[in-house]
Design a protein around this ligand. Structure first.
Ligand code: AMP
Ligand code: GLY
Length: 429
């Protein structure tokens, strides 16, 4: 079968890399892809938002399954468009993708499902938002309702800061229409955890656990980013916590969507805050996390095509993905300037040397220029590796990073620090 992967990040490179390994797959296409996907797939120069053009391509090439990486095409209704034409697509329809496209919608679904989340107010004008800030007290979190490339959330220590956030998001519309409506919510304490599951709209099957590193700098300092590194498994997700997340959040939310007529098929990713063993939902994503996907694909032993077919055919019940027991770690290399406007066009060398160091280098914003790989955006590479334990996986990934020649690259030196710290603490007791 031929498969089409939509997107151009390291997540999509990892998906294409994994799909290519399936004996069921004869060809992989990636739209638009990057210099890395070009090594495992045929890149197709169509932007993810051009749904009609993608659908025409999928029809013409007799694509068996289209796997959608990023959220925008899902929120725009790519699954609806493809399904209308009888094309199989991995990812929720527009209505299901509202879980990422609208924070107010998410809150309403959580409320109806009885799932734990922060207390909140949905505000359609600044005066209502100011009242919500006063009612909730500080610290408080101000969120743009719509998609804002992960930047529409402001955690505010004081009422003054919160009002300033309202002005930026709603009055000045720095993220456009995403800020037409705001969710103002209580600030939760605890440790953050990513939880990803596959669902066919009825059954929900958890994926292996993973942990992202959202801040730019070591020690979880600096500005928020799309994610600077990840590892799997995450010791924070104990079997007891996984059972609790499944029972109080994942299953009730999928059941609630079904009650309202939405059969959600694809990945459901919950961003959780865990306080003393009790999980609450901060947000949902309707796709794989990036860089979490990269470390998961490295560990996934099952055939990804078979899992996807189980999702699409409603046969996920009883399906148990098989994982490499060895941990994996991934380090993101970002261009100078990221998460602000990045410097681009920097030549990147040492990619083969890194691969020889038992790493897999997943490309994000890379392009080929005069036969050389050059940077073309903010997050540029994820260097990932497996190891017999997490410390080995991390050391291997950094050994790969050391072989890469990328002037001015920004990366964190402490990927895995929480889990490694926890392991060290355990050993010393
Ligand atoms: P979101 O995009 O909603 O996950 O928010 C981005 C980041 O803001 C999260 O990863 C958290 O670090 C933080 N955040 C969001 N909501 C809350 C909350 N209710 N309490 C504390 N931190 C939050
Ligand atoms: N790594 C966080 C995300 O993909 O949203």
């Amino acid at each position: 079968m031929r498969v089409l992967v939509i997107g151009s990040g390291a997540r999509e490179h990892a998906l294409a890399w994994k799909l290519r390994q399936s004996p069921r797959v004869s060809a992989v296409f990636c739209a638009p892809g990057n210099a890395g996907t070009a090594t495992v797939a045929e890149n197709v120069d169509i932007a993810p938002e051009r749904i009609d053009t993608l659908r025409d391509f999928a029809r013409a090439k007799e694509i068996g399954i289209t796997v959608v990486g990023p959220e925008q095409p899902l929120v725009l209704g790519i699954a609806d468009g493809f399904e209308r034409d009888g094309l199989r697509v991995f990812g929720p329809t527009r209505a299901g993708a509202e879980l990422e496209g609208s924070k107010a919608f998410t809150k309403e679904v959580l409320r109806r499902a009885g799932a734990p989340t922060a207390r909140y107010h949905v505000c359609d004008d600044a005066a209502a938002a100011y009242r919500a800030i006063d009612a909730l007290g500080t610290p408080v979190v101000v969120k743009a309702d719509g998609l804002a490339a992960g930047k529409g959330v402001v955690v505010c220590a004081s009422a003054g800061e919160a009002r300033a956030a309202v002005d930026q998001l709603m009055t000045r519309r720095i993220f456009g229409d995403a800020g037409r409506r705001l969710v103002v919510e209580e600030c939760l304490r605890g440790e953050e955890l990513s939880f990803m599951a596959l669902t066919d709209g009825v059954s929900v099957v958890p994926l292996a656990s993973s942990q992202d590193h959202k801040r730019l700098r070591d020690g979880d300092l600096g500005p928020n980013t799309g994610g600077m590194g990840a590892y799997s498994p995450a010791p924070l997700l104990t079997p007891a916590l996984e059972a609790r997340v499944m029972e109080t959040i994942m299953r009730p939310v999928i059941a609630e969507l079904r009650r309202s007529g939405i059969v959600y098929r694809g990945v459901l990713y919950a961003g959780l805050m865990v306080d003393d063993g009790a999980p609450s939902v901060l947000e949902f994503n309707v796709r794989f996390g990036d860089p979490e996907c990269q470390v998961l694909m490295l560990r996934l032993r099952s055939d990804l095509v078979e899992l996807i077919e189980a999702v699409l055919g409603g046969g996920l019940a009883g399906c148990v993905p098989e994982w490499d027991p060895r941990p994996s770690a991934g380090v993101v290399l970002a261009a100078p300037g990221y998460p602000g406007p990045p410097e681009t066009g920097t030549p990147i060398g040492g990619l083969d040397a890194a691969a020889e160091a038992e790493c897999v280098v997943f490309h994000a914003a890379t392009a080929r220029h005069d036969g050389r790989v050059v940077s073309s955006g903010g997050r540029v590479l994820t260097v990932a590796a497996l190891g017999d334990d997490l410390a080995t996986a991390v050391a291997r990934a950094y050994a790969g990073v050391a072989r890469i020649d990328f002037a001015g690259a920004q990366y964190r030196r402490d990927i895995g620090h929480r889990a490694l710290g926890a392991a060290a603490r355990e050993e010393s007791t």
